[in-house]
Design a protein around this ligand. Structure first.
Ligand code: NDP
Length: 250
């Protein structure tokens, strides 16, 4: 049940658009104090307005997860004003679709800084607050089916590499927590294609651009439902990994 999280603090990175909005909305509906971290604060302010009458609260903070100081400042503000973090959803992520031969190193760096380093830095701050306050919290990384295989990304070489790094980071963190005898849980979700702004960078004639527009694809709400399920498990149960795809996809 979600009862244990009512009134507790959840941080959702990338809560301005796409999957992160649905996750933040559901956590607010379940009565959490939800903090949204993203660069486009004006979008999060709009969500906050729409969610006014829901059970929980929404607190947008302008934060670029590529910037360590932004993350540190945000987590300090949260602890001081709302209390220590109980749940972190590392959802912020960017994609890319270039050949390695013609690609742009600045874009590759941004993918790794966002999808990997941003996730590491937010995780560090959250774990420190949980440990300090003896909270058996829960961290969920937004991975991808591209974190395990290279299914339909012939030209998206650095994005799947960044998600493979997330796969490694879930397991290494679980070992680290295990050594500390910590009861903090760590899970990851790997969705198939969801039609969001992340697809805007794909060449409109590309296989991926067409595949992402398929009306049978997963919706943002489907991923948010998975987050609620993972957070609802009893204390002795830890979901390691959820792979979610539309029906009739191998
Ligand atoms: P969107 O492009 O729709 O949203 C991405 C979110 O991440 C936005 O809120 C954006 O906010 C935020 N973000 C990006 N860069 C930064 C940054 N530097 N600092 C803070 N926030 C940032 O993507 P999706 O909702 O589709 O993706 C969410 C997650 O799900 C990603 O990790 C993605 O890899 C993963 N995923 C997506 C799939 C899909 O098909 N859509 C499939 C599998 C996994 P802002 O720009 O305002 O900063």
């Amino acid at each position: 049940s979600m009862e244990k999280w009512v009134g507790k603090v959840a941080v959702v990175t990338g809560a301005s658009a796409g999957i992160g909005v649905s996750i933040a909305e559901k956590l607010v509906e379940h009565g959490m104090q939800v903090v949204g971290l993203a660069r486009r604060k004006f979008l999060m302010d709009e969500h906050k307005n729409r969610w006014k009458s829901k059970k929980g609260t929404f607190h947008p903070i302008k934060c670029d997860v590529m910037e360590e100081s932004d993350i540190v400042n945000a987590f300090e503000w949260i602890k001081k004003n709302l209390g220590p973090v109980s749940v972190l959803i590392n959802n912020a992520g960017i994609g890319g679709y270039t050949t390695l031969i013609n690609g742009d190193a600045a874009k590759w760096k941004a993918i790794f800084d966002t999808n990997v380093l941003g996730l590491c830095m937010a995780t560090k701050e959250a774990i420190n607050q949980m440990t300090e306050s003896k909270i058996n919290g829960h961290i969920i990384h937004m991975n991808s089916i591209a974190g395990f295989m290279i299914p339909f990304h012939p030209n998206a070489n650095v994005y799947p590499a960044s998600k493979h790094a997330v796969t490694a980071l879930v397991e290494t963190l679980r070992r680290e927590l295990n050594l500390m005898k910590s009861k903090i849980k760590i899970s990851d979700i790997s969705p198939g294609l969801v039609n969001t702004e992340i697809a805007d960078v794909y060449d409109s004639n590309s296989y991926l651009a067409k595949a992402v527009a398929d009306p049978n694809n997963l919706k943002c709400e489907d991923i948010a439902d998975a987050v609620i399920y993972i957070l609802s498990t009893p204390p002795h149960v830890q979901i390691h990994e959820l792979v979610i795809k539309p029906v009739n996809e191998p």
